[in-house]
Design a protein around this ligand. Structure first.
Ligand code: C5P
Length: 233
């Protein structure tokens, strides 16, 4: 789980993943449904340098000692994912990479991603786009209307066969390639089919203070305090 980002855009002094929502840090919410999945053999969380003990304490409080291992992340998200992959100790065949910034992820979505990995190298949750898309130039003048058919917005968790994920990271490092998400490395290096599964609008990424307020309200509504969480998303 990449959780090594800062909290600048939220105006927080803490890293974003440690910001409290409904009684627990954001990353704990984001990890809970994975830890409840019987197929989850290990979990690694990346923390910003210097914050590892805070993350490890929070994880140990939630799941018991070392059930979740915290490692130091990198300067950019892709490097953090590389750090997490390098820290794996099991022989797991698949990896699920999920942003701590999406604490409203549900168990059903995780199930859809895992199911799609049966016959694909990678799987990604995707949502249709509701708005009309336009391209603008530097002066903010509309240049064209972009055909929306076939376009989707993607989320995490992104599921990847472990061998393909490691190969993609190795080649990205060697070539200095930086993708905008995890499966874009699989696409770039043509390491196999990437399947899209139905995403979940509630699994939005927390970027602004408005997102944080919305997440808190939704968790209140779900009664999602202290360990319970939505199973049907
Ligand atoms: O900044 P943003 O929310 O887009 O980051 C997406 C995820 O990647 C977050 O969960 C963040 O903690 C993580 N991240 C990371 N290492 C970085 C930058 C971001 O693990 N260097």
């Amino acid at each position: 789980m990449p959780a090594a980002g800062g909290g600048v855009r939220l105006g927080a002094e803490l890293p974003k993943a440690l910001v409290q929502i409904a009684g627990a840090p954001m990353f704990v919410h984001a990890a809970r449904p994975f830890l409840r999945n019987a197929q989850c053999v290990e979990a690694v969380v990346t923390a910003p340098a210097g914050w590892e003990p805070r993350f490890q304490q929070a994880a140990d409080r939630e799941w018991g000692k070392e059930r979740v291992r915290v490692v130091t992340g990198g300067a950019v998200r892709q490097e953090s994912v590389a750090c997490a992959l390098a820290a794996l100790i099991s022989d797991a065949e698949f990896v699920l990479i999920h942003d701590a910034a999406r604490p409203l992820v549900g168990e059903a979505l995780i199930g859809r991603v895992l199911a799609a990995l049966a016959d694909a190298a990678a799987a990604v949750p995707a949502l249709p786009l509701a708005d009309t898309l336009k391209r603008t130039d530097e002066q903010k003048t509309v240049v064209e209307t972009v055909e929306r058919a076939g376009l989707v917005a993607v989320q995490t968790p992104q599921g990847i066969r472990r061998a393909a994920a490691e190969e993609a990271q190795r080649r990205a490092r060697a070539e200095g390639f930086e993708g905008t998400d995890d499966v874009s490395l699989i696409e770039h290096f043509a390491l196999g089919t990437v399947k899209a599964v139905a995403g979940d609008p509630r699994n939005f990424k927390i970027t602004t203070t408005e997102d944080l307020t919305l997440a808190r309200k939704l968790m209140e509504l779900n009664g999602q305090c202290a360990g319970a969480s939505g199973k049907n998303r």
